[in-house]
Write a protein that binds this ligand. Structure first.
Ligand SMILES: N[C@@H](CCC(=O)O)C(=O)O
Length: 385
């Protein structure tokens, strides 16, 4: 059977992605047989589909992978960035059978087990060009056969999208927990850990496991707390530092976060990554807004203004701190994106605080920016002195 013939059958089966701009992409349903709404983004990473799908920051989004051969290494428990797949849907050119000694399960199985719809046979190049042209678009994936493509477009148009919505609620932990050292047995991690001599409380807006690992590797004993934990409760734990994590959706929609950040800044050193960076921007009087189609991938060049050094970074964000909203008396921009000059990091001029928009923990992606975690430790030690 030719690909075209397969697609024709699929059209008859009515598995498709409908976009709010009226476009329809037909594909084969390879994941859970459910329908779903999502904002459609594209990710240019060549590897790491498991880490991407299990990154809580992707909640509410359909991920289009521009890499065409997906699924080859399967899925395994060590590479999960959270307990489950979090993206609202997956759009790919092809899903292959798994063939790797680390695979515990095929990608198709995992998608079904986690209830995530996926379409293969998508013309991902055309879809990516459309997203670059029009920006992030609202979409509807239909695999149930219960909705016509025209109805799908109407549904995508009518859906509110993620602006102003608190997506963190669906991914944050329900109660506090201490990050365990057991991860040391995971693949690629050092067996010997430094003593955990600094106490850190991490706000969980959808925290990735590799951030926790990297903090632990810098000697932080990390207690993770739910996103809405009042600042006073966090300060009562007498931490040496407080961390604001990555997470899904619009930073301005996250309940209590900016207020809590304001109450903590200046009391103990504060660090943030991605959504955490955006929340700390808001807490310092800056504003956030949408990028046209976001940054999602492992090849984003960022200049560290302190040294002039350029790092290739892993990124995943649709929102950003707006440059012209920054008060230069309060914040000093430390990192700039060389593709579009957007803000990629800042420090406070008033209190101990550093934050970056990119993902220094990678997972997946290059490790150029990993020294950020050593900077976190340095900031805390300097403040203790
Ligand atoms: N949800 C935020 C941040 C993503 C993250 O923290 O990884 C955005 O899309 O801009």
């Amino acid at each position: 059977m030719t690909l075209q013939e397969k697609w024709k059958i699929q059209r008859e089966r009515k598995a498709f992605l409908a976009l709010a701009d009226g476009s329809i992409f037909y594909g084969y349903s390879m994941g859970a047989p459910v329908d779903s709404f999502g904002e459609v983004v594209f990710n240019t990473s060549l590897s790491g589909y498991e880490e991407i799908l299990s990154d809580p920051s992707y909640a509410g989004q359909f991920v289009t992978l521009t890499e065409t051969e997906i699924g080859n290494v399967g899925v395994n428990s060590a590479d999960m960035e959270s307990e489950k797949f979090q993206a609202a849907g997956l759009l790919v050119q092809q899903i292959n059978a798994d063939s790797n000694w680390r695979s515990e399960e095929s990608l198709v199985n995992a998608l079904k087990r986690f209830g995530i719809p996926a379409l293969a046979g998508i013309d991902t190049r055309a879809l990516t060009l459309l997203l670059r042209e029009k920006g992030t678009v609202k979409g509807f994936i239909c695999t149930s056969g219960k909705v016509t493509p025209e109805e799908g477009v109407a549904k995508a148009k009518a859906w509110n999208g993620l602006d102003g919505i608190d997506m963190v609620e669906s991914v944050t932990c329900k109660k506090p927990y201490e990050f365990s050292d057991d991860f040391a047995s995971d693949f690629g991690m050092p067996k010997e850990l430094p003593p955990a001599d600094l106490k850190l409380v991490a706000y969980d807006f959808g925290i990735k496991k590799n951030i926790l690992r990297n903090l632990r590797m810098q000697g932080f004993r990390v207690t993770v707390v739910p996103a809405y934990t009042p600042a006073n409760d966090v300060l009562a734990m007498k931490p040496d530092a407080v961390f604001f994590s990555n997470g899904p959706g619009d930073p301005a929609g996250v309940r209590d976060a900016v207020q809590n950040a304001k109450a903590i800044l200046g009391k103990v050193p504060v660090m943030g990554i991605c959504l955490g960076h955006q929340i700390l921007g808001l807490a310092n009087g800056a504003q956030t807004g949408r990028l046209k189609f976001g940054h999602h991938g492992g090849n984003h060049p960022v200049k560290f203004l302190d040294t002039g050094r350029v790092m290739v970074t892993s990124q995943n964000h649709n929102f950003a701190v707006l440059e012209n909203s920054i008060d230069s008396e309060i914040l000093e921009v430390t990192h700039v994106n060389l593709n579009d000059q957007s803000i990629e990091g800042f420090r406070s001029k008033k209190v101990p605080m550093i934050a970056v928009q990119f993902h220094p923990e990678a997972a997946p992606g290059p490790h150029d920016s990993n020294p950020f975690f050593a900077e976190c430790r340095k900031l805390v030690l300097e403040n203790k002195r």
